[in-house]
Design a protein around this ligand. Structure first.
Ligand SMILES: [Zn+2]
Length: 500
């Protein structure tokens, strides 16, 4: 039977029931009547609230339970509307009185969600124990099974991924409902001033539920949009329907927390900008080198095995944080603008034009000469003409050509020379973080750095845009809020040709 016919029959069935029973039902003159809302929340793309039974939208069926007539829709269809993040999930059915049932989301094919005057929303689960038929339902919470690190709220610190949470699991585990002051207004009536104070009720998650409070002194809260804020002692984590928000008393608001970084390094990739600008202000030429995809864990591994001899012998090494998401365009933008993603405007691979000036534009405004040497695929626009692009050499490796070009440019006495070596990332993706191919590529770039250093008269900063981790299939990946992706080395030192 085609859908319009089924809908027409559904409407007729509802009208017939109305006439027979004489009771009011969710439709008045064909218009869906607003009824108490039922929300689908947790690990979903689009938290959803159903507060009408619209036959245009839902495949409505009338069910009889003893004396009761229930208007019902498919539970699976309602959940599909919200878009669960993962294929496998648990479903918590939560009633008005807090009574709830948690069932696997795998056998919902016959399950219905019904509406009746007597019990409001109720679950009808023929394949599950009858105790799962919660009445006066208010919320359905989807709890993801086997979510990946892109889908979770991750707690990390130096050299460790500590734990992960999902919004669904936090909603299920419970929270405190607390009033949050919204504002007050007053009006004078017969000479008497009457005031109304407005509150909202927030679902507050104690920090203890996210991380062991003893485990850290300071904490950085990172948002899905690349926000980074030091966690304030008065800051609070508030559960929304499909995200965890962070608010503090200074008005900081992160709508969707991506993760927490415990005892974070003082330095981030944004600091590359300030450092180079500081040198240029003091008439010291700056050579900035981006080694693409060199994680802190790879640095530790290389130096523990006597590799990467040039960088290993440098002083001025610090552990630094990539900005989130830990991908090249976002971190390249952070380093050339000094701005976090919400301010630089470079938040994904699809954004290309920074909303704030780059260091190249800053230099040009002051009459300083700058050059950028990189491969043919530019991750963002830099506001510099020309960007010096170098093609691959005979081996297909762009970095040797980029190195040669950079050595030649040093002769031209630029104030700011910015060099991007891409090969550790390319090879790391193909072979994984610790494969010999990847380590050998990092060694090659280390050799280029040694020779650039010997020729440079000025200061140098060497940094990496993000780390690299090995996936189950042996290839490399980055982009997540994980230790392997977010922690990177950063060096700052004098060029070897610097006059004393
Ligand atoms: Zn990459």
């Amino acid at each position: 039977m085609n859908v319009p016919w089924r809908r027409a029959i559904s409407i007729l069935a509802v009208l017939a029931v109305t006439l027979l029973l004489g009771c009011s039902n969710p439709f008045v003159d064909g218009e869906p009547e607003r009824i108490a809302g039922l929300r689908v929340t947790g690990d979903v793309e689009r938290p959803t609230e159903i507060d009408t039974l619209d036959p245009e939208k839902w495949d409505i069926e009338e069910i009889t339970r003893g004396e009761r007539r229930i208007t019902s829709i498919s539970l699976a269809a309602l959940i599909e509307e919200a878009g669960p993040l993962t294929e496998g999930f648990q479903l918590a059915l939560v009633g008005h009185d807090g009574r709830s049932a948690v069932i696997p989301g795998s056998h919902l094919v016959d399950s219905r969600i019904g509406w009746s005057k007597e019990h409001a929303w109720e679950a009808i689960n023929p394949r599950y124990p009858i105790s799962s038929n919660i009445k006066d339902l208010r919320t359905l919470i989807i709890i993801a099974e086997d979510p990946d690190a892109y889908q979770t709220i991750n707690v990390i610190r130096s050299e460790e991924n500590l734990t992960r949470h999902t919004v669904g699991s936090l909603l299920l585990a419970g929270y405190d409902v607390r009033p949050s002051h919204v504002g007050a207004s007053a009006q004078v009536e017969d000479g008497v001033r009457l005031e109304a104070t407005i509150y909202e009720r927030e679902r507050v998650v104690d920090v203890e539920r996210l991380v062991d409070r003893e485990a850290f002194d300071a904490m950085l809260v990172v948002g899905r949009g690349g926000e980074m804020h030091d966690c304030d002692p008065h800051g609070r984590f508030v559960l929304e329907d499909a995200s965890l928000a962070y608010h503090d008393d200074d008005g900081t608001e992160i709508p969707a927390v991506k993760g927490l970084i415990l005892d974070p390094p003082a330095r981030k990739n944004t600091d590359v900008y300030e450092e180079a600008v500081g040198w240029l202000r003091g008439d010291t030429p700056a050579l900035v080198v981006l080694v693409d995809g060199l994680g802190w864990h790879q640095y530790l591994h290389m130096t523990a095995h006597g590799r990467m001899p040039f960088l290993a012998s440098r002083e001025g090494l610090v552990q630094a944080l990539a900005v989130y998401p830990s991908i090249t365009p976002v971190n390249f933008a952070a380093a050339v603008t000094g701005a976090l993603p919400p301010d630089s405007g470079i938040i994904t691979r699809n954004t290309r034009v920074p909303e704030v000036p780059t260091i190249f534009q800053w230099a040009e405004d002051r009459g300083l000469r700058s050059a950028l040497v990189m491969g043919p695929i530019s991750p963002i626009e830099f506001g510099i003409t020309p960007t010096l692009v170098t093609r691959a050499d005979a081996d297909g490796c762009e970095d040797s050509a980029i190195f040669e070009r950079s050595m030649a440019l040093i002769e031209d006495e630029y104030d700011l020379l910015f060099v991007h070596f891409k090969s550790p990332d390319t090879v790391g993706h193909a072979y994984g973080a610790f494969a010999e191919e990847t380590l050998a590529t990092i060694d090659t770039v280390d050799g280029y750095l040694s020779r650039l250093h010997a020729a440079w008269d000025g200061r140098m900063v060497v940094f990496s845009d993000h780390g690299m981790k090995t996936m189950d299939d042996g290839t490399g990946e980055h982009g997540m809020l994980l230790y392997d992706d977010m922690y990177v080395p950063q060096w700052s030192f004098d060029g070897g040709a610097t006059s004393p």
